[in-house]
Design a protein around this ligand. Structure first.
Ligand SMILES: Nc1nc2c(ncn2[C@@H]2O[C@H](COP(=O)(O)O[C@H]3[C@@H](O)[C@H](n4cnc5c(=O)[nH]c(N)nc54)O[C@@H]3COP(=O)(O)O)[C@@H](O)[C@H]2O)c(=O)[nH]1
Length: 838
C-alpha cells in the first residue's frame, strides 16, 4: 500500500521488550504481540533490523532514557514522561486500566480501596494514577506493592499477598482468568499507547512509525487491522474498526467510572465521605459535556437519569423524560426493540452492544447509534438499574457503506463487481456441495460492443451498459446475483435450481432466453437509438469441479461458442468444449518444447499480378510436430497468441523470412519479389516491435522495401495513434503494409485514410462465393473502388478456380493469391509452380 519509504535508511533498531501480552512480549527470539508485529511490519518496509533488548518495564524505561535502546513500545503518554522521552504523534493503541481482585476481597468501588494492598507494575502509570486518585478521594491506607513485571503482580494478588492488582485492560482481562482473579467495576484512566524514543534522539524513527500508523489506521485492510485481528482485538460481528471500539471502550470506562461514582456516592449516602472532592454536580457537568447519549433506567425501564445529549435526541427537557418509559418517547417498533434489549440486561445481567437506528426529535433525520447497555449492581451484586451509552456513529456507518460500495460494486451499473461475484460464487459452490441443489453461472457478453465504443465513443458505451444492466436486472430472480465483470461482460449466478438436472436446465434456459429478449428493443443513446444483441454461455454447478475459476472458464467457453455460432444465442457448456479446452492446453505445453527445439518451418505461397506474373509470396508458418507431422497454424497460432508465445515465434518467423529475402536478393529471378509476413495483434502491440523488426533487418541485411507486413483489422480496435506511429516508423525504412482479411472485421473509413497502408487484401470468404452470391460481387467491387480512391493496391486471396480468377480480373482485380496459382510450399517451388504457368 505504501509506495514510498518514510525514512528508507537501513539500520539496526534496538527495541526494549518486556512481558505484557498481548500487547508486547518476547518469544522465540523475537518481539511478539501487537506492538511487536506492527514494528516488524514497519521494519520490513524500512529495511530496519530489529534487535530485541529484553528488560523489565522499569529497566526498559531507564535504558531508553540512557539511550541504550532506540525504541520502547507500549508507553502511555503523560506530561512527566514527555519531559524524559519523545513520543510519536499517532497513538498505536487505546487502552484503559482496571483493578482485578482476589475473589476473597470485596472491591466494588474506589472507596473499598481503603486499607487495601494493590500490586502494580513498578513505575507504571497505574501506580501514579491510583495513588493520585486515592489522595483526591481521601481514601486512606492504600498500600501499593510495586513489582518488576506484571505476572509477579498477578501472583501477589492470586496468593492473597495483595488484595488486588491494577493493570491495563489488554493484559488484565486475559491474565485474570488464569490467576482466578475477578474483574472489578473500577476502571480508570483511558490512555493512548505509543512507541517512545530517547529524548531528542529518535525523531526519525518515530516519524517513520507515524508515517505508517497514520495510513494504516485509516485503512480497514491494512497490516494494522490484520495484526489487531490476529490478536483477537477486533469486534468481528459488527465490523467496526478497532479504533472505534477502543475509543468507545475508553469513553465507556470513563463514563462508567463517573456514573458509578455518582451512584455510589448517592447510595453510600453522604456516608462517611466528607473528603470527596468530585461532587455529583461536577459529574453531571462532565456527563452533559460528553458527545454521547447517556441514560439510566430502573428495573421498570423508567428513565432515572438522562444527560443533555439524550434529552436532545428525545426532544424533551430532561425533567420531562425522567420517570417515563420508551413507549412514550419512541415509535412502537423502536420502543419494543429497546425493551427486549433492556430486559436482557436487567434479567440476565448481560452487557449488550447493539446498533440502533433512531430518528431525531423532529422525526426527520435518521441516525445510527452504537449503544452499550450494562447492568448497574448494588453492593450485594443485585441489579438495580441499567446504564446505556449511545454513540452516534452515523458518519462512520456511512463511510463504512461507501468503502463497502467501492470495494464490492461496479460504479457504472451499481451491480456487484468481480470480487463480490467470486465470493458469492464460492459460497454457492460450497452450498451446492452440501445440498446438491443445482446452480448455474451465465456469462453474458454483448455482441460487437467494441464497435459502439469505437464509433460513438466510450460515453455512449457507458450509457448503453447502464441500460443493459437495468434490463438484465429486471429479468433475474430476487436471490440471484447479477454482476458486471468489467467491459461488456456480465455474469448471472443462479442458485437452488432444484435437485434434478432437467428442471434446472429448463429454468436456466428460460431465464437465458428472457435475458436475450431484453436486448430486442433498441437502446436510447444521446444521439439516437442503437441495436445490440448478447451471447450467453452457461455452466451448471453439477458439471464443475467445485472451483469458481473453473466454472467461470466453462461459462466463458460456452459464451464463445455462442458467439462462434452466430451471436445472439445461448450455449451450455458441454464435454466437447472441455475436450477442446484440454486439446488447447496440450498444444500450449507442447509449444514450449517446439519453440525450444525450433520445430517450425516457413512455406511460401505465390502472389501474382497481370498475366500471372509472380509478384511475391506470403510466408506461412507450419509446425513440424515430431509425432503429429505438419500442424496447421490455425491450431497453434491462436494458442500462441493467448499465451504470449507468439512473441517468440513471431521473432523466429520474421528472422527466417528476412534470411529468405537475403537469399533471394542474390538470385535475379527472385530479386524483385516482395515477401509478406503475418503479424499478430499481440506481436504488433509489443512495445519493442518496431525496434525488433529494424534490428532483424539490420542483422540479416534484408532489403526493407521487399518486406511486407500483413496486419488484421482487429488491430485497428486499439490505440490507433500508437498504431500509426509504429507503422510510420517502419514505413520510413521502406517496409510495406497490407490490411489482411479485409471486409470481415470493421474498419472506420477515417482510420483507413490515416493508416500508411500499401495494400488491402480481400478476404477469401468473398472470393469463395463470388460467382454465386451477388452480395460478394458487390463487396469486392466496393473494396476495389475504395482501394482506388485511397490509392491502395488491392489483392484478392483464396482464388481456387479459373472462373474466380477471371471474375476478379473482370472486376478489375489484378493481384491475386490462392491455390489456383500455387499452394504454400518450399521457396524453390515458387518458380516451378503454376504461378509461372499462368
Ligand atoms: N501470425 C501469423 N499467422 C500466421 C502465420 N502463418 C499462417 N498464419 C495464420 O494462420 C491461419 C491459417 O493459415 P494457413 O493454414 O497457412 O492458411 C493460409 C493459406 O494456406 C490459406 N489459403 C491460401 N490460398 C487459399 C485458397 O485458395 N483456398 C483456401 N481455402 N485457403 C487458402 O489461407 C491462409 C492465409 O490467410 P491470410 O494470412 O489471411 O492471408 C491464417 O489466419 C494465417 O494468417 C504466421 O507466420 N504468423
Amino acid at each position: 500500500m505504501i509506495g514510498t519509504s518514510a525514512v528508507a535508511s537501513p539500520r539496526t533498531v534496538r527495541v526494549g521488550v518486556y512481558q505484557n501480552p498481548p500487547k508486547i512480549f518476547f518469544a522465540r527470539g523475537r518481539i511478539s504481540g501487537i506492538f511487536g508485529d506492527l514494528l516488524y511490519a514497519i521494519a520490513d518496509r524500512e529495511g530496519w533490523t530489529i534487535e530485541p533488548v529484553v528488560c523489565s518495564w522499569r529497566q526498559c524505561l531507564e535504558k531508553l532514557q540512557a539511550g541504550q535502546i532506540d525504541l520502547m513500545p507500549d508507553v502511555a503518554f503523560n506530561k512527566p514522561r514527555a519531559q524524559l522521552m519523545d513520543f510519536g504523534k499517532t497513538p498505536t493503541l487505546y487502552s484503559w486500566s482496571e483493578l482485578y481482585r482476589n475473589p476473597n476481597v470485596r472491591l466494588m468501588s474506589i472507596r473499598d480501596l481503603s486499607d487495601k494492598r494493590v500490586a502494580v507494575l513498578s513505575g507504571s502509570i497505574q501506580e501514579t494514577y491510583l495513588s493520585e486518585m486515592a489522595r483526591n478521594y481521601g481514601i486512606r491506607g492504600v498500600v501499593f506493592m510495586p513489582t518488576e513485571n506484571l505476572n509477579a503482580a498477578f501472583e501477589l494478588a492470586a496468593s492473597g499477598k495483595a488484595d488486588a492488582v491494577a493493570t491495563n485492560y489488554f493484559f488484565g482481562d486475559a491474565e485474570a482468568r488464569q490467576y482466578h482473579l475477578d474483574s472489578t467495576p473500577i476502571i480508570f484512566q483511558p490512555s493512548q499507547l505509543f512507541f517512545a524514543a530517547p529524548k531528542g534522539r529518535g525523531q526519525a524513527l518515530l516519524n517513520a512509525i507515524d508515517f505508517y500508523l497514520e495510513q494504516w489506521e485509516t485503512t480497514p485492510q491494512s497490516p494494522y487491522y490484520r495484526i489487531l485481528d490476529h490478536w483477537k482485538t477486533t469486534a468481528r460481528e459488527t465490523h467496526i474498526p478497532v479504533l472505534f471500539w477502543w475509543g468507545l471502550g475508553a469513553l465507556g470506562g470513563l463514563l462508567s467510572l463517573a456514573l458509578l461514582a455518582m451512584w455510589v456516592q448517592r447510595r453510600q449516602v453522604l456516608a462517611q465521605d466528607r473528603h470527596l472532592r468530585i461532587t455529583e454536580d461536577k459529574l453531571a457537568l462532565i456527563l452533559d459535556s460528553v458527545d454521547a447519549c447517556i441514560y439510566i433506567k430502573d428495573t421498570e425501564l423508567r428513565y432515572q437519569y438522562v444527560n443533555h445529549r439524550q434529552a436532545e435526541l428525545v426532544g424533551l427537557p430532561a425533567k420531562k423524560i425522567l420517570g417515563q418509559t420508551d413507549d412514550v418517547l419512541y415509535t412502537p417498533e423502536v420502543a419494543i426493540r429497546m425493551r427486549v434489549d433492556d430486559r436482557r440486561v436487567l434479567e440476565h445481567g448481560e452487557r449488550l452492544t447493539v446498533e440502533e437506528e433512531n430518528r431525531s426529535a423532529n422525526g426527520v433525520l435518521r441516525r445510527t447509534y452504537l449503544t452499550v447497555k450494562q447492568p448497574l449492581r448494588d453492593d450485594d451484586g443485585e441489579i438495580y438499574a441499567l446504564c446505556g451509552i449511545a454513540t452516534d456513529f452515523t458518519e462512520h456507518k456511512r463511510n463504512q457503506q461507501k468503502i463497502h460500495q467501492l470495494a464490492f460494486y461496479d460504479p457504472l451499473t451499481g451491480l456487484p463487481n468481480r470480487s463480490l461475484l467470486l465470493d458469492r460464487a464460492k459460497h454457492a459452490l460450497d452450498n451446492y456441495v452440501r445440498s446438491q441443489s443445482v446452480g448455474a453461472l451465465l456469462f453474458i457478453d454483448l455482441d460487437n460492443f467494441k464497435i459502439l465504443n469505437d464509433t460513438l465513443g466510450h460515453g455512449q458505451g457507458d450509457i448503453l451498459l447502464g441500460q443493459a444492466a437495468t434490463r438484465l436486472g429486471a429479468q433475474v430472480r430476487h436471490n440471484d446475483t447479477l454482476a458486471r465483470l468489467g467491459g461488456d461482460e456480465f455474469v448471472l449466478l443462479m442458485e437452488n435450481l432444484g435437485e434434478t438436472l432437467d428442471t434446472a436446465i429448463s429454468d436456466v434456459e428460460n431465464i437465458a432466453r428472457k435475458l436475450l429478449q431484453a436486448f430486442t428493443e433498441p437502446f436510447q443513446l444521446d444521439n439516437g437509438i442503437y441495436n445490440i444483441t448478447a451471447s450467453i454461455g452457461v455452466a451448471l454447478f453439477s458439471e464443475a469441479d467445485h472451483r469458481v475459476e473453473e466454472l467461470l472458464k466453462r461459462a466463458d467457453m460456452a459464451m464463445y461458442e455462442a458467439k462462434a455460432s452466430g451471436r445472439d444465442q445461448v450455449k451450455f457448456f458441454n464435454p466437447m468444449m472441455q475436450a477442446s479446452l484440454s486439446a488447447r492446453a496440450a498444444v500450449e505445453t507442447e509449444l514450449h518444447e517446439a519453440l525450444k527445439h525450433e520445430q517450425f518451418i516457413l512455406l511460401y505461397q505465390p502472389q501474382v499480378g497481370c498475366e500471372g506474373r509472380l509478384l511475391g509470396a506470403e510466408a506461412l508458418v507450419r509446425w513440424q510436430h515430431p509425432r503429429d507431422g505438419l500442424v496447421s497454424p490455425a491450431v497453434f497460432i491462436p494458442v500462441a497468441e493467448s499465451t504470449g508465445q507468439i512473441l517468440m515465434l513471431g521473432r523466429w518467423i520474421l528472422h527466417t523470412a528476412c534470411l529468405q529475402l537475403v537469399a533471394w536478393q542474390g538470385k535475379p529471378e527472385y530479386a524483385g519479389l516482395v515477401l509478406s509476413v503475418n503479424v499478430s495483434a499481440r506481436q504488433f502491440h509489443h512495445p519493442d516491435f518496431v525496434s525488433e523488426v529494424l534490428r532483424t533487418l539490420d542483422e540479416t541485411g534484408a532489403d526493407p522495401t521487399h518486406l511486407g507486413l500483413e496486419l488484421t483489422e482487429t488491430l485497428l480496435a486499439d490505440d490507433i495513434d500508437n498504431l500509426i506511429a509504429k507503422m510510420k516508423a517502419l514505413k520510413a525504412r521502406g517496409v510495406r503494409f497490407s490490411l489482411d482479411d479485409f471486409g470481415t472485421g470493421y474498419s472506420s473509413l477515417s482510420y483507413l485514410k490515416r493508416l500508411p497502408l500499401d495494400q488491402l487484401k480481400i478476404d477469401q470468404s468473398f472470393v469463395r462465393d463470388l460467382l454465386v452470391d451477388p452480395n460478394d460481387t458487390a463487396i469486392v467491387r466496393t473494396i476495389l473502388a475504395l482501394g482506388e480512391s485511397l490509392d491502395l493496391e488491392v489483392m484478392a486471396e483464396g482464388v481456387e478456380t479459373i472462373e474466380q480468377r477471371d471474375a476478379l480480373l473482370n472486376l478489375g482485380c489484378r493481384r491475386q493469391q490462392g491455390y489456383f496459382f500455387g499452394y504454400p510450399g518450399p521457396p524453390e517451388a515458387l518458380l516451378d509452380g503454376r504461378a509461372n504457368a499462368r
